[in-house]
Ligand binder design. Structure first.
Ligand code: ATP
Ligand code: MG
Length: 562
C-alpha cells in the first residue's frame, strides 16, 4: 500500500475487504471502475466515488476503468462524456488505456440476452407498464405471473429478434428475466432487462432500437472488463441479488462482487444530476460550472483545488450508513489548503477614498509586503504608496464605539505595511453619504511602527488609488436557504433557492501585483477570504474575481451567536 491513504488511519471497510482478498489470494490484482452515466456533469458526490475507485487502484498499483454507462440514449450526450473525462483528469486521476463504454458491449449484451432466453430464463412480455406494476405486487403481497411468462423458447427468440429489428413499436413489449414473482425482493420479480427505444444513440447511432436496463448491463459490463470489486452506493443494495443472479445464471467465467457504501449528502445543496439539470435549464444558475454549484466544474471555477476535494473525501471517510455532511466541512478543506499555499495580497472590496493631506502630491514610494507572513520563504513584493489610497468602507465609522479600532475622526490606525494615519475630516455628498476621508500620516512610522512606541491597535488594508486595478468581485453564499431543500415533499426544491447566493461588487480595487494573475492562481485577500480569477468571465481589461471561501466559517460563528 502506498502512503497516500495515510497508514495511521484505520482502513475503511472496503479497503479492509480488498486487503483481505489480496492476502487470501482470492485476487492477485484489483480492478475497479468508475461508471458514470453521461447524462450530466459530475458533482462532489461523484468525487467521493472517484477518489474511492481510482484511489484504491493507485494504492494497489492497479487500474481503475472509466466506463460510461450509456444505455439511456435520450438523455446522454458526448458533451457530458467530455466534461466527465475532463473532471476526472482534473482531480488528478488517470484511466490510462482503460476507457470503456457500455455501448461497446451492446452486441455481447444482446447475445447474453439470447442465451438467457435459450436457458428458459427470459421472456418477452406484452404487459404495458401499468399492468406490469399491478402484477408486480407490493412489499407485503407477492406478485402474479405474467400471462406471457410461459412462452416457448422459440417464440421468445422470434419476438426478441423482432424487437431488435425494429418491427415492434416502442412500449408494446419488453424482455424480462424469469426469476420469481413471489420474491420478497421486488427487484427480483421478473425485472425488465431490455426495452424498445427508437432513439439514436450518441455513439451507436441508429444501430440499435433496443437498449439494456442497468441491472442487466452493469454486472455484465463489470464481468467483461474483469472488475474485481464493483463499488456502488447503498441504494443499490437490493440490486445485488439481481447482479449475482444474472452472472450465476449465465455461468460467466468471472463474477465481480458488488459492495455498497454510503452516498455523500451535503446540506444546503441538492446532489442529483436530474435536479442540477433543472437549475441549469431554468437559468437559476449560469450553467453546470456556475461557481455556486457543487459540480466538479463549478468547484473548479470557484477556485477549489483538486487537493482540497481529495482531502475532503478523505476526511468524510467511507461509511455504511447514509449521513449528511455539513457544507462547512467542504469549505474547511479548501480553506486549509489555501491557508498553506495562497499568497496574501491587499484588495479593497468596497472602496472609500482617503487623501493623506500631508503626503506630497507628486511623491510615490515602494513599500515591502510579505507574501505569506508565516512563510518567509514565499518572499516579498513591492507595494506602491501615494497620497490617495482606498480603504474598505467598513473600516470607517462616524460614531464609532470605544472598541472600534479602525478609522473615525481623531483615531489613528496602521495601514498594513505602510504608515500610521490619523483621520482628520470626513467629506460627504449631498445625500450625507461619506465619500472621502482626509487623513494625515506620520512620516516616522514607515513599515507601521512608531519610534516612540505608542500603541495603535487597528491595522487595515488599503490600495494605492493611482496604481490599483479596478475589478469585479463576486461573493457567493449557499445556493439554498434550507438545510435539506428536498425535505418537503409538497414543495419543489427550487422554492428554497437563496436569492442572495450571488453578490457582485463592481468597483473593487486590487493591488497592482495582481495584474499578471491567471485563473490558476489563488490568493488570500487579507481580511476578506480566498479569491481567484473567474476562468470564464474574466479578461485582462475586465478582471472578475470569485471569492472561493471566507477566512473563517462565518456560518459556524452565526450559529454560535444564536
Ligand atoms: P445522480 O443521482 O446524481 O444522477 P447517479 O448515481 O445516477 O447520480 P451515475 O453517473 O450513475 O450517477 O454515478 C456514477 C457513480 O457515482 C456511481 O457508482 C454512483 O454510485 C456514484 N455516485 C453518484 N452520486 C454519489 C454520491 N452522492 N455519493 C457517492 N457516490 C455517488
Ligand atoms: Mg444513475
Amino acid at each position: 500500500m502506498s502512503t497516500e491513504n495515510s497508514t495511521e488511519k484505520p482502513l475503511d471497510f472496503i479497503r479492509q475487504i480488498i486487503a483481505r482478498d489480496l492476502k487470501s489470494g482470492k485476487h492477485k490484482r484489483i480492478v475497479t471502475r468508475f461508471p458514470p452515466e453521461p447524462n450530466g456533469f459530475l458533482h462532489i458526490g461523484h468525487a467521493k466515488s472517484i477518489c474511492l475507485n481510482f484511489g484504491i487502484a493507485r494504492e494497489n498499483d492497479s487500474v481503475c476503468h472509466l466506463r460510461f454507462d450509456d444505455t439511456n440514449p435520450g438523455k446522454e450526450s458526448t458533451e457530458y462524456v467530455e466534461a466527465i473525462k475532463n473532471d476526472v483528469r482534473w482531480l488528478g486521476f488517470s484511466w490510462g488505456e482503460h476507457l470503456y463504454y457500455a455501448s461497446d458491449y451492446f452486441d455481447q449484451l444482446h447475445d447474453f440476452a439470447v442465451q438467457l432466453i435459450q436457458l428458459g430464463k427470459a421472456y418477452v412480455c406484452h404487459l404495458d407498464s401499468e399492468e406490469m406494476r399491478d402484477y408486480r405486487g407490493t412489499l407485503t403481497e407477492p406478485g402474479k405471473n405474467s400471462p406471457y411468462r410461459d412462452r416457448t423458447v422459440e417464440e421468445n427468440l422470434a419476438l426478441f429478434s423482432q424487437m431488435k429489428n425494429g418491427e415492434l413499436p416502442e412500449g408494446t413489449c419488453a424482455l424480462r428475466a424469469k426469476i420469481d414473482m413471489a420474491s420478497p425482493n421486488i427487484l427480483m420479480r421478473d425485472p425488465v432487462i431490455y426495452r424498445i427505444m427508437k432513439t439514436s444513440h450518441h455513439r451507436t447511432g441508429d444501430k440499435w432500437c433496443i437498449y439494456p436496463m442497468y441491472d442487466f448491463c452493469h454486472c455484465l459490463s463489470d464481468m467483461i472488463e474483469g472488475i474485481t470489486h464493483s463499488l456502488c452506493t447503498l441504494e443499490f443494495e437490493n440490486n445485488r441479488p439481481l447482479y449475482d443472479w444474472v452472472l450465476d445464471t449465465l455461468k460467466t467465467p468471472c463474477h465481480p462482487r458488488q459492495y455498497e457504501f454510503a452516498r455523500l449528502n451535503i446540506n444546503y445543496t441538492v446532489m442529483s444530476k436530474r435536479k442540477l439539470l433543472q437549475l441549469v435549464d431554468n437559468n437559476h444558475v449560469q450553467g453546470w460550472d456556475d461557481p455556486r454549484m457543487l459540480t466538479i466544474s463549478g468547484l473548479r471555477r470557484r477556485g477549489y483545488t483538486p487537493a482540497s476535494i481529495k482531502n475532503f473525501c478523505d476526511i468524510i471517510g467511507m461509511g455504511k450508513r447514509d449521513s449528511w455532511i455539513d457544507m462547512g466541512v467542504l469549505e474547511n478543506a479548501v480553506r486549509d489548503d489555501l491557508n498553506e499555499h495562497a499568497p496574501r495580497v491587499l484588495a479593497v472590496l468596497r472602496p472609500l477614498k482617503v487623501v493623506i493631506t500631508n503626503y506630497p502630491e507628486d511623491k510615490e514610494e515602494e513599500l515591502i509586503a510579505q507574501n505569506h507572513p508565516q512563510k518567509p520563504e514565499m518572499g516579498t513584493r513591492p507595494l506602491p504608496f501615494c497620497r490617495e489610497i482606498y480603504v474598505e468602507e467598513t473600516d470607517f465609522m462616524e460614531d464609532a464605539p470605544r472598541k472600534f479600532f479602525r478609522l473615525s475622526v481623531g483615531r489613528e490606525v496602521r495601514l498594513r505595511y505602510a504608515y500610521l494615519v490619523t483621520c482628520q475630516e470626513v467629506i460627504k455628498d449631498d445625500t450625507g453619504k461619506v465619500i472621502e476621508l482626509r487623513c494625515t500620516y506620520d512620516p516616522d512610522t514607515r513599515g507601521g511602527s512608531a519610534p516612540d512606541g505608542r500603541k495603535v491597535k487597528g491595522t487595515i488594508h488599503w490600495v494605492s488609488a493611482r496604481h490599483g486595478i479596478r475589478t469585479q468581485v463576486r461573493l457567493y453564499d449557499r445556493l439554498f436557504t434550507a438545510e435539506n431543500p428536498d425535505m418537503d415533499k409538497d414543495k419543489d426544491f427550487k422554492e428554497f433557492l437563496n436569492p442572495e447566493s450571488l453578490q457582485s461588487l463592481h468597483d473593487s480595487i486590487l493591488e497592482p501585483s495582481l495584474a499578471d494573475a491567471t485563473p490558476d492562481d489563488r490568493f488570500q485577500f487579507e481580511r476578506q477570504g480566498y479569491f481567484c480569477l473567474d476562468s470564464k468571465d474574466s479578461s485582462k481589461e475586465n478582471p472578475v474575481f470569485n471569492r472561493i471561501v471566507t477566512l473563517r466559517d462565518s456560518w459556524a460563528r452565526m450559529k454560535k451567536k444564536k
